[in-house]
Design a protein. Structure first.
Length: 403
C-alpha cells in the first residue's frame, strides 16, 4: 500500500499546523503583553520514598491514580539487566532485586503494596511485556501488554486478586477488525460515565477499541479519521526513498502508525488519540466521529512525539498535558484549540528531567505523575503550583526555588 498525495487537508488541520509553526513567535508576542497563562509545576525530588528490599524498577511504562490519590505504576521487572542486579558480583549481592511489576504508592510517596507477575497454574496469562495500567472507580486495576502473545487484557482488585481476562492470549499476527481479541494494547482508560473501557489497541493492531466495562464485550472500534481500522506495516509509510515520518511537504497518513499509544476520553464527550510516530493527536467524538488533529514537534523521527495525554482537574479540563518521550518534555496544551502553551522538562537524569517520558496522569489536586521507559526507569511527581504567566515556550527543568 502506498500513500496517496491526494489526501485533502481539512481546515482544522491546516490551522493546527500553521498555529504550531507560528507558536513560538506568537507566544513571545503575547508574553510581552502578559496574556499567555498556563499551569506551572515543580518537581518533587523526594517522591517517591526509597523502596524496601533493594527493589529497583525496570522499564516503567504505565501510571494511574485511584480514588484516594494513590499512584499505581507498572514496569517490566524482567528487563532489569544483570549488571544492575549485581549478578556474578558477590560484593553487590544486596543490590538490586526486581520489584514486583505493579506498585502502589500513597500520596506521600510511601510504598503501600507490590504484586503481580506470572503465577504457575493461575487462571490468567500474565503479559509477556507489561504495557498500560488503569484504575476504575472501584479501585480495580486493569493492565495490558504489547508482547508478541499479548492479545488480551487483565483485571484485578487493588490487592491483586484476579477478576477477569478479556481476549484470548497468545494469538499471533494482527486483526484490527476483530471483536474478541487484541494485539498489543498500549493503554487502557475507564470512562465511568458510560461504563466503558477505551483501549489504545495499537502496537500490532491499529485502532481504538471500546469495551463494556462489566463484560469486556466489544462495543465499537475505529481507525484514523474515524475510518475502518487498517492493518499496516512500516513499509506503508516510506516516501519512495526509504524515509519514514510525516513532514510539512507530505500529506498526513490516512491511517494510524505503530503504535496507537493513548485513547483518552474527556468529560465533554471527546476522545484524544496519540498517533505516536505520526507526531499527532487526533480528536474524535465518543462514537468515533473524527473532529480534528494537531501535530507536535512534527519533524520528530524514530519513536515520535505524542506518547500519552492527561487532563487538568478543573471542571472544564481546560488544559491537556502531553508526554513527549522522544524530545524529553511535557507539553502543556489548550485543550479546546490544541495550541501548545509551553513545555517543561529536558533530557537528563536529574529530578525534573527525562529519559523517554512514557506515561502521564493527573491526581485530584492537579499534580502530575510521569513514568520513564528505556534507561529512565522511574516515576516522578510534579507539584501543581497554580496558573502563571508564560514567558517562553520551553521552560526546561522545573526545579523548586531555593529556600
Amino acid at each position: 500500500m502506498r500513500l496517496s498525495r491526494k489526501v485533502i487537508l481539512g481546515g482544522a488541520l491546516v490551522v493546527a499546523i500553521a498555529g504550531l509553526g507560528l507558536g513560538q513567535a506568537a507566544l513571545e508576542a503575547n508574553a510581552a503583553q502578559q496574556t499567555v497563562e498556563a499551569p506551572r509545576f515543580e518537581v518533587d525530588p523526594f517522591w517517591p520514598k526509597p523502596m524496601p528490599n533493594g527493589w529497583v524498577l525496570g522499564l516503567t511504562i504505565g501510571v494511574a491514580v485511584d480514588s484516594r490519590d494513590h499512584v499505581y505504576i507498572i514496569h517490566r521487572a524482567n528487563q532489569i539487566n544483570a549488571a544492575t542486579e549485581g549478578a556474578g558480583d558477590a560484593g553487590r549481592a544486596e543490590c538490586c532485586k526486581q520489584a514486583p511489576p505493579i506498585l502502589e504508592f500513597d500520596a506521600e510517596g510511601n510504598l503501600v503494596k507490590g504484586w503481580g507477575g506470572p503465577v504457575e497454574g493461575a487462571p490468567y496469562t500474565w503479559p509477556e511485556s507489561n504495557h498500560g495500567i488503569a484504575v476504575d472507580r472501584f479501585d480495580n486495576v486493569w493492565i495490558g501488554g504489547n508482547g508478541g502473545g499479548d492479545s488480551h487484557i487483565l483485571k484485578f482488585t487493588r490487592d491483586g486478586r484476579f477478576l477477569a481476562q478479556y481476549g484470548q492470549p497468545n494469538l499471533p499476527g494482527v486483526d484490527s477488525k476483530s471483536r474478541d481479541r487484541f494485539a498489543g494494547v498500549a493503554k487502557l482508560i475507564v470512562d465511568e460515565s458510560a461504563n466503558e473501557v477505551y483501549l489504545a489497541d495499537g502496537y500490532r493492531n491499529k485502532r481504538v477499541a471500546v469495551l463494556d466495562q462489566n463484560t469486556g464485550a466489544m462495543k465499537r472500534m475505529w481507525g484514523a479519521y474515524g475510518k475502518e481500522p487498517v492493518d499496516v506495516t512500516a513499509a506503508d509509510f516510506t516516501d519512495g526513498r526509504g524515509q519514514e515520518g510525516w513532514s510539512a511537504d507530505k500529506a498526513p497518513a490516512p491511517f494510524f502508525r505503530n503504535p496507537v499509544h493513548c485513547a483518552d476520553p474527556s468529560t465533554d464527550g471527546f476522545v484524544y488519540v496519540c498517533d505516536r510516530q505520526n507526531n499527532r493527536l487526533q480528536v474524535f467524538r465518543k462514537d468515533g466521529t473524527y473532529v480534528k488533529e494537531a501535530f507536535y514537534a512534527p519533524a520528530t523521527l524514530g519513536d515520535g512525539s505524542t506518547w500519552d495525554v492527561s487532563f487538568s482537574r478543573d471542571p472544564q479540563q481546560k488544559y491537556m498535558y502531553l508526554a513527549d518521550g522522544k524530545n524529553d518534555r511535557v507539553w502543556i496544551i489548550d485543550r479546546q484549540t490544541l495550541a501548545p502553551l509551553t513545555t517543561f522538562g529536558a533530557g537528563g537524569r536529574y529530578p525534573g528531567q527525562f529519559q523517554a517520558v512514557h506515561s502521564i496522569v493527573t491526581d485530584s489536586q492537579g499534580n502530575i505523575y510521569t513514568t520513564e521507559t528505556y534507561e529512565g526507569r522511574r516515576v516522578q511527581k510534579f507539584v501543581y503550583k497554580g496558573i502563571s504567566r508564560v514567558t517562553q515556550m520551553h521552560q526546561g527543568t522545573p526545579w523548586p526555588a531555593r529556600p
